[in-house]
Design a protein around this ligand. Structure first.
Ligand SMILES: O=C(O)COP(=O)(O)O
Ligand SMILES: [Mg+2]
Length: 234
């Protein structure tokens, strides 16, 4: 059984722009996260963390991830360790960025379809901007986006609506005419609060929870399912 509900998907002709999440939506970056965290934990002489545990902690930005991992491995003084952990994590992430990650199937076809429909595109991630930009370039996705914003570009991150509202402003697009495409409740909550319709992919990281339980306007198994959604039914 397919997990998509394509008949409920909004038509692309209803939109002037799309805002697309990065980790878990465009690129499967779990391997990069695991490698960077592994380097950080080794430097701190702490036990390693398994990929499955990491996948449930990704999506709320680096600070949340590092604090969650330190707590998960039983670090004794997590608050005191944080600054050093962040420095080691940053060092290792920039070293491995893109080496253990893959663009999901259907992404290129989906981005081509959005572009062919004339939608203006932004990538909005909770990942730091300095991690996001080189990753998009390494995966040859950068040319699709006229705006790229990271988790440190605004005062608050998703699920707060602020980053979406600011991205709509940068794109010159009204929020109700801007489709959010993401992989988690974080993206959906931010979109709802900003007034953007939202579609979620079924394959990403939703904080360890089944994504179909999230309040969204549609679910897709691949971004390529957006192609052909052109008929006017807003
Ligand atoms: O938390 C992260 O670093 C990744 O978050 P994203 O899913 O918003 O790209
Ligand atoms: Mg994501």
């Amino acid at each position: 059984m397919t997990s998509s509900s394509a008949s409920h998907l909004p038509s692309l002709s209803c939109f002037d722009a799309a805002i697309i999440d990065l980790d878990g939506t465009l690129v499967d970056t779990l391997g990069d996260f695991v490698a960077a965290l592994g380097g950080m934990l080794a430097d701190l002489q702490l036990p390693q963390v398994q990929a499955q545990a990491v996948s449930a902690m990704v999506g709320k930005g680096s600070e949340h991830l590092i604090r969650s991992v330190l707590a998960h491995v039983g670090a004794s003084d997590e608050a005191a360790l944080y600054e050093r952990a962040w420095q080691r994590y940053q060092h290792h992430y920039l070293r491995v960025n893109g080496q253990h990650s893959q663009v999901y199937g259907g992404v290129i076809e989906g981005l081509d379809a959005l572009r062919a429909r004339g939608l203006r595109l932004a990538c909005l991630t909770n990942k730091p901007r300095d991690f996001a930009r080189p990753l998009l370039a390494a995966k040859k996705l950068d040319s699709y986006f006229e705006q790229v914003f990271g988790g440190d570009d605004f005062a608050r991150k998703k699920p707060d609506p602020l980053p979406l509202l600011k991205t709509c402003e940068a794109l010159g697009s009204a929020s109700e005419r801007t489709l959010m495409i993401g992989d988690s409740s974080n993206d959906a909550r931010a979109a709802r609060a900003a007034g953007c319709p939202v579609v979620l992919v079924s394959y990403g990281y939703n904080h360890g929870e089944p994504v179909h339980g999230v309040d969204a306007d549609g679910f897709i198994d691949a971004l390529s399912e957006l192609a052909g959604r052109g008929e006017p039914r807003c």
